[in-house]
Design a protein around this ligand. Structure first.
Ligand code: NAD
Ligand code: LMR
Length: 329
């Protein structure tokens, strides 16, 4: 390994997702086995000790790719020189809460973090927001980082994407590795739209192979969209290892590229494609190459899909209005 280490800043490092995420980053799964990483962990002062404990365990992993760990309770220091920033730290939803309840509670976190990224992150900074409501939190951070190209701020719908892949594979009794070109549109919320009309399973169109609109409308779509709540109900806590796994997938594919003949889902600032108002951070089908993502263009959108995409995008526009009113953007 002769390459200079990549600085990866992780917020909420002492939390549930942080615990599942950090070891995978340290073992080279985020950026590949040949890229050394330096971890920069950000926590609130009360949780710094717990983050220090995790750092001891990371040391005990003796990961050859791990070039160092620093822990901060100050955002400006944590994001200084960051090449990749994983914004996980936020208050998770608990039983009975909707994501909108979190807007105000978590919005306040993302403004100073956006400012800190603007002030000191590396020129090639890539930001993934995991903390909910992820799309709108990303918008808040982005709006306070005017010197960073807007497209570097993304939010995570990869967990929804992976959930949809798994449910579709199960329905068709196919290996997950045979599912391609599935899309999550819109918000990482119960309004999201998992779209199988362009997906392929073992080379066959998925919607044709399923051939069951009732299952699609009444089982598949709500199951994927409400899977977060299903996990909270079952575990008594929000998803953690699967969320960490999806964060690894998101950044890995953004930096190293999506597989040939496939695409993935990322929430990214809209350029107006597919009628999604410009600037909203909404989930699209994307291919990644050379460290950049591009929206897959030219997909036919049926009436069934249109209504669902519009509903989720409408919710994002409402969230944008809500945070505007709160003075967060
Ligand atoms: P957690 O409560 O276990 O951990 C959150 C951590 O963030 C805590 O250690 C807390 O001290 C820290 N934190 C709070 N404010 C901070 C700040 N200003 N700076 C740095 N750290 C801060 O929660 P978790 O289960 O790890 O979940 C984290 C977030 O991820 C939640 O918002 C959750 O809803 C969200 N989530 C998103 C997805 C997705 O698909 N986008 C999936 C699962 C969870
Ligand atoms: C999830 O999708 O599992 C998370 O966003 C947690 C939640 O609040 O649903």
């Amino acid at each position: 390994m002769t390459q200079a280490p990549v600085n990866v800043t992780v917020t909420g490092a002492a939390g549930q997702i942080g615990y599942a995420l950090l070891f995978r980053i340290a073992s080279g799964q985020l950026l590949g086995p040949d890229t050394p990483v330096k971890l920069r962990l950000l926590e609130i002062p009360q949780a710094v000790k717990a983050a220090e404990g995790t750092a001891l365990e990371l040391e005990d992993g003796a990961f050859p790719q791990l070039a160092g760990i620093d822990i901060f309770d100050d955002a400006k220091q944590a994001f200084a020189g960051a090449n990749v920033a994983l914004l996980v730290g936020a208050r998770p939803r608990t039983k009975g809460m909707e994501r909108a309840d979190l807007l105000e509670a978590n919005g306040g976190i993302f403004k100073p973090q956006g400012e800190a990224i603007n002030a000191g992150a590396a020129d090639d900074i890539r930001v993934l927001v995991v903390g909910n409501p992820a799309n709108t939190n990303a918008l808040i951070a982005q709006s306070h980082a005017p010197d960073v190209p807007a497209e570097r701020f993304t939010a995570m719908t990869r967990l929804d994407h992976n959930r949809a892949v798994a449910q579709l594979a199960k329905k068709l009794d196919a290996p997950v590795g045979e599912v391609r070109k599935l899309t999550i549109w819109g918000n990482h919320s119960a309004s999201q739209y998992p779209d199988i009309f362009h997906a392929e399973v073992a080379g066959r169109n998925a919607a044709e192979a399923v051939n069951d609109e009732k299952w699609l409308a009444e089982e598949f779509i709500p199951r994927v969209a409400k899977r977060g709540a299903e996990i909270i109900e079952a575990r008594g806590a929000s998803s953690a290892a699967s969320a960490a796994n999806a964060a690894i997938d998101h950044v890995h594919d953004w930096v190293l590229g999506t597989a040939e003949g496939d695409w993935t889902s990322m929430a990214i600032p809209s350029d107006g494609s597919y009628g999604v108002p410009e600037g909203l951070i909404s989930s699209f089908p994307v291919v990644c190459k050379g460290g950049k993502y591009e929206i897959v263009q030219g997909l036919e959108i049926s009436e069934f899909s249109r209504g669902r995409i519009d509903a989720s995008v409408g919710e994002l526009a409402e969230e944008r209005e809500a945070v505007k009113k709160l003075g967060l953007i």
